[in-house]
Design a protein around this ligand. Structure first.
Ligand code: NAD
Ligand code: TDX
Length: 341
């Protein structure tokens, strides 16, 4: 029988890539998304009429719509979140509401239904920051440093508690920095690519020597499906890209691919509480579940730059906020209704 997934936050970057892959694999998907500034239904235009796909506009922190959306689901994959660290520094409240309270509502509904699988899509940021050496393992201490990562950690701990206390069949994945098509241009790679193309300044925080580990979004999504199918109840799985880059080297690589100028680089004030280095030990998911990445970073980065070049209208609209008009046109008449586009 077709597996029916409730995917939350599916109109965002990773969720939209995941839904496309899940449908390709023959799974049915209900996408529950509040369509915040980061949610864009154009990301799913090509699957909007797929017979196994349904969209419901709604907030994961609101019980009624969650109850409706979870009807008949075999599993939940929870992507819905406020996801940008800088925004969390500016305004933590909404991060607590969506990332913590929203996850609790989903968990509670899943527990009442005795749902088969609940996959929480988490982040390496829950482990805090590394020095020059070492890697995060699943048993590394939790030490979040931003309101965003603290809220994701809070959600992870609730997931743990619902497994231990109520026996809910939970899974938690903690992934490193994603890149690829459809990423909102507030994040480092799409911001630098689009600014480089537009001839704008490239704002690098601090000394530019902070290190991130990059994974292609498709590899992350494949890992999530693997965990959903084969992961052990109550377990945590780290997912890394094995591609550690200092921000400044990455910005220079983007400049080279785009053909922009290093004079566009501007070192700006550092992010408060800026984590110095992330690195992931992925041996558990590789050894236990047989996970293998398909992208090497240089190839993936070049393809991603090409994607942004080919989709300039998409990101220009996103950057200008004009895509909101699209939503108003599509959903203005029936803001809370689901169904086909
Ligand atoms: P995104 O910001 O692109 O998308 C988030 C989506 O969630 C949007 O479609 C938004 O409309 C929706 N949303 C927000 N609040 C909601 C609410 N209250 N109810 C329903 N929907 C809501 O984020 P992303 O980069 O795709 O990240 C998805 C998930 O993966 C997040 O949980 C994030 O913490 C996690 N993650 C992201 C990365 C990364 O590098 N981007 C790495 C590891 C983990
Ligand atoms: O303008 C910038 N200049 C800059 O130097 C921006 C936006 C970022 N940076 C730096 C900060 C980080 O060291 O680049 C690095 C990456 O920044 P982000 O793209 O904001 O990602 P990060 O803070 O690492 O968090 C991301 O990865 C983990 C996602 O946004 C999270 O959702 C995910 O959990």
């Amino acid at each position: 029988m077709t597996q029916k997934l409730l995917v939350t936050g599916g109109a965002g970057f990773i969720g939209a890539n995941f839904i496309r892959l899940a449908l390709q694999e023959g799974r049915a998907v209900v996408n529950l998304d509040a369509l915040t500034y980061a949610g864009n239904l154009e990301n799913l235009e090509d699957v909007a009429k797929h017979p196994d796909y349904t969209f419901i506009k709604g907030d994961i922190a609101e019980r009624e719509v969650v109850t409706q959306a979870m009807e008949g689901a075999d599993a939940v994959v929870n992507f819905a979140a406020e996801s940008h660290v800088d925004r969390s520094i500016d305004n933590p409240d909404i991060f607590l509401r969506t990332n913590v309270m929203g996850t609790q509502v989903l968990l509670d509904e899943a527990r009442h239904r005795k749902l088969g699988r609940f996959l929480q899509v988490s982040t390496d940021e829950v482990y805090g920051s590394l020095g020059e050496t070492g890697k995060f393992r699943e048993d590394s201490a939790l030490a979040p440093n931003s309101p965003y990562s603290a809220s994701k950690t809070g959600a992870d701990l609730l997931v743990r508690a619902y497994h231990k206390t109520y026996g809910l069949a939970t899974l938690t994945t903690r992934c490193s920095n994603n890149y690829g098509p459809l990423q909102f241009p507030e994040k480092l790679i799409p911001l630098m690519v689009t600014n480089a193309v537009e001839g704008k300044e490239l704002p690098v925080y601090g000394d530019g020597k902070n290190v991130r580990d990059w994974i292609h979004v498709e590899d992350h999504c494949r890992a999530l499906l693997l965990v959903l199918d084969k992961g052990r109840d109550g377990e945590i799985y780290n997912i890394g890209g094995a591609a550690e880059w200092q921000n400044i080297d990455l910005v220079r690589a983007i400049i080279r691919i785009v053909g922009a100028s290093e004079e566009q680089i501007r070192f700006v004030k550092d992010r408060p509480g800026h984590d110095r280095r992330y690195a992931i030990d992925s041996s558990k998911i590789e050894d236990e579940l047989g996970f293998q990445r398909t992208y090497d970073f240089e190839t993936g980065l070049a393809q991603t730059v090409a994607w942004y070049r080919e989709h300039q209208t998409w990101w220009e609209q996103v950057k200008s906020g004009a895509y909101r008009d699209y939503y108003a046109k599509m959903y203005g008449e029936r803001p809370d209704a689901g169904g086909d586009l």
